[in-house]
Design a protein around this ligand. Structure first.
Ligand code: AMP
Ligand code: GLY
Length: 424
């Protein structure tokens, strides 16, 4: 099978690494890929959001399966365009169509879905510029902190959590009437704040049948102790000790089953991953968001724990032939530590020489924001390299991951020192 994998991060590196192990793989192309993905296939310098570039590559390289890593091409309608094109009939696409991708692309759409299917989520209301005054009144009725969410995709920046009521009102006005997040904030969801610990759950589906993947915990803030700005994710651990027993049963019965049944009942054209962003509030799970793709860096600890042919699972999901069953998983703990460019998630410099990579003999060294220039690996993004290690305990995996991290260096490199500590 010839596979085109779209994306360029640590997530896509990990998919490529796993696909490479499949006997079903003939050729793998990663578009655009990064400074490490060419170990597993050929990087293609094309833009995953440009349909014509993707189409040309599919035809030239006789692609059988397109696997979409990030959300933007899906929310933009890439699957719809491939399906509608006469020359691309028979090409499989793993991902939902544009309509179903609104589960991630529109917070309001996702909330309506959750309400319709009785899935636990925080109370909310949706506002536009015309209903700004009602928005102020809704804020008056809530208590701090206030959660304001741009309805559309805003590159992970569209969620504001604000302590002060006056400031929350100002921000609401700025989102709705001054395009604070451009088109994404023409509609704003205001919701009740949920206090608790976050958890990421994933399924892979063909639209009807599904399998549950290993869960993970992501560390979103830039500094130790969950302080500072939100990032794409600074590390992850799988499995998560509190995601067991009665709590996991609740996640399954109250969240996974009704969501997957809802997707089937709506008749969505949905193959691919469902990412449930959950909060454990006093032992009760709530959905804070759906994503229509895998998480990053969660993928970097989830995929290595799947003891199966991932390419076969993906092809089965994309062709509507997935079997609902339990997956074979490795019981080991996987823990990843993200090495980032100094300054991230705000302004940072690129193009720094990365050294020490060849010293790492153990674990899975994952490229995220890297590129190669004359055989030299350099930084090209905020999240640069992630070190995934395995162990029989969180402590064991943590020790190895930090040992890996200590061997790598680039100017202004930064990483969190406490990934996994809260779970010990
Ligand atoms: P989202 O993009 O919806 O995942 O929101 C980004 C982050 O904001 C989440 O990962 C949570 O840490 C936080 N968050 C979102 N919604 C809520 C909520 N209702 N209560 C508490 N925290 C939230
Ligand atoms: N790590 C969170 C995300 O991928 O959205």
């Amino acid at each position: 099978m010839n596979v085109l994998l779209l994306g360029s991060g640590g997530r896509e590196f990990t998919f490529a690494w796993k696909f490479k192990q499949s006997p079903l793989l003939t050729n793998l192309y990663i578009a655009p890929g990064n400074g490490g993905t060419d170990q597993f296939g050929e990087n293609l310098a094309i833009n995953p959001e440009d349909f014509l570039e993707v189409k040309t590559a599919i035809l030239r390289l006789k692609i059988n399966l397109v696997v979409v890593g990030p959300e933007a091409p899906l929310v933009g309608g890439l699957k719809d365009q491939i399906k509608a094109d006469q020359e691309l009939q028979g090409v499989l696409v793993l991902g939902p169509d544009k309509f179903a991708a609104a589960l991630e692309g529109s917070k309001d759409f996702a909330k309506q879905f959750m309400v319709k299917y009785g899935i636990p989520t925080s109370a909310y209301k949706t506002f536009t510029a015309e209903t700004l005054e009602q928005g102020y009144q809704f804020l008056d009725a809530l208590s701090a902190p206030y959660v304001l969410k741009a309805d559309g995709l805003a590159g992970g920046k569209g969620v504001l959590i604000i302590q002060d009521l006056t400031e929350a009102k100002q921000e609401l006005k700025s989102m709705l009437t001054e395009s604070k997040f451009g088109k994404a904030s023409q509609t704003v969801v205001i919701e009740e704040f949920l206090e608790g610990v976050e958890l990421s759950i994933f399924t892979l589906t063909d639209g009807k049948n599904y399998v549950v993947l290993p869960e993970a915990k992501d560390y979103k803030r830039i500094h130790d102790g969950d302080k500072g700005l939100n990032t794409g994710g600074m590390g992850a651990v799988s499995p998560v000790p509190f995601a067991q027993g009665e709590f996991l049963e609740k996640v399954n019965e109250k969240i996974i089953k009704p969501t997957m049944a809802g997707i089937a009942a709506e008749g969505y054209d949905y193959s691919g991953f469902v990412f449930f962003g959950l909060i454990n509030k006093g032992g009760e799970p709530f959905v804070i968001e759906y994503n229509v793709r895998m998480g990053d860096p969660e993928t970097e600890v989830v995929l290595p724990r799947i003891d199966e042919d991932l390419l076969k699972l993906c092809a089965d999901a994309a062709s509507g032939k997935l079997e609902s069953r339990l997956l074979n998983l490795l019981s080991q703990t996987a823990l990843t530590v993200m090495l980032v460019s100094g300054g991230y998630p705000e302004a940072f410099e690129k193009g720094k020489e990365i050294s020490g990579l060849e010293k790492i003999k153990d674990g899975l060294l994952i490229h995220a924001g890297t590129k190669q220039e004359n055989k030299q690996v350099r930084t090209s993004g905020g999240r640069v390299i992630t070190c995934t290690a395995f162990g029989n305990s969180i402590e064991g995996a943590q020790k190895k991951a930090y040992q890996m991290a200590s061997l790598v260096s680039f100017e202004k490199m930064f990483y969190r020192k406490d990934i996994g500590n809260d779970l010990l």
